[in-house]
Ligand binder design. Sequence first.
Ligand code: EPZ
Length: 411
Amino acid sequence: MIVNGPCKLQGEIEISTSKNAILPILVAGILSDEPIKLYRVPAISDVFIIQEIIAALGMASERKDDTLFFSGRLNSFSPPFELVRQMRASFLLMGPILARCGEVRISLPGGCAIGNRPIDLHLKGLAALGAEIELEAGNIVARSKRLQGRHIYLDYPSVGATENLMMAAAVAEGVSHIENAALEPEIVDLASFINKMGGRIFGAGTNVIRVEGVEKLHGAEYTPIPDRIEAGTYMTAIAASGGEGLIRNVIPEHVKAVSAKLIESGARVSEGAREIHIARRRNIRPLYIKTLPYPGFPTDMQAQMMAYLSRGSGTSIISESVFENRFMHVQELQRMGADIRTEGRTAVIRGVKHLSPATVRASDLRAGAALVIAGLTGNGETVIQESEHIDRGYENMVEKMYALGADIRRE
Ligand code: EPZ
């Protein structure tokens, strides 16, 4: 991806459906043999990967425009190794496959390179529901005749573990409580989808989720929520460029933390029912940001905010409390002249007058988005290599940025 800066973004764009909502919802679809129909499915590679995985498990899926149909019976309990390794979200398959087949065999998670992201909370929760778990030649194998509803306490409000356990508990025998559950909007969306399938999940969005197991779940149709991280990314890009723009199809409530920080830095944000207008004219004021589980400042916006704060006056501090190694974008921003020092999970950013173009590498989709934001404000052409990472979770970023007036292309 090649970005020719500087440019002031101007105009409006439509946000796509949330990657982190639709991935668990697609996985939850395997909890029923009946047809599932999902609307406004984004054309992002993580969705294609999960489609391939559930097809390999026997669930044929068919896409017509942005509608996805799938149904069928699970006829394998072991998702293909080479697909699972590409995406950590594949691990969400464990709960549903175990619940439906009584057994699941899955290779240890791979996915984006942000530290070693263990899965101990997933496994501890599934064991609490009665699963026998073993490690066999690099695969996790879990077995259980019928999962039993239980009280589960999560040591950390893990999004994936909450989703995995909610899906497993949905068809377990009896009632489960998931304590210290994650509060993310994607959890609420998954719960309402499963409830549309006939599930009985209460309290999603609070830190105690009650799940009354049911015998069987039926098919459903659903439109997942818009992507709050994509929305935050474009808000930050518009603010970084000193332009103004209207973000459509966003739920302002879901991006509150990002809006608050952009306002604190000097941008102007006004919220409609399902849209946000943002502009920045004055200097970018330095910020202190600490990433936290929802509703705190989202870790998935950390790299983008760092690119934004790299320019301007003063010294900002960002501490990354969610992942232990999510600063791969720092060295790339440094190549563009950003003055950033990291100390463990803390980065100190001193604003510089402007960034200079360079050839940089996207290590994951959010780092890639940060480099596009940095490239918008550099004087000249920034070349972002491995931009396929961006396509994992940003639908048509080149087209959307182009519609906002960016000089951006892909080679
Ligand atoms: C989800 O990942 C998102 N992915 C991530 O978005 C997001 O960064 C993360 O939640 C936090 O909001 C999807 O929803 C597909 P976690 P997940 O379990 O579920 C530790 C993006 O850019 N942990 O909440 O993997 C873990 O190591 C991606 O769209 C354990 O220790 O996140 C991490 O430090 C990146 N043991 C922290 O918890 C476990 O069993 C948060 O992980 C599970 C997690």
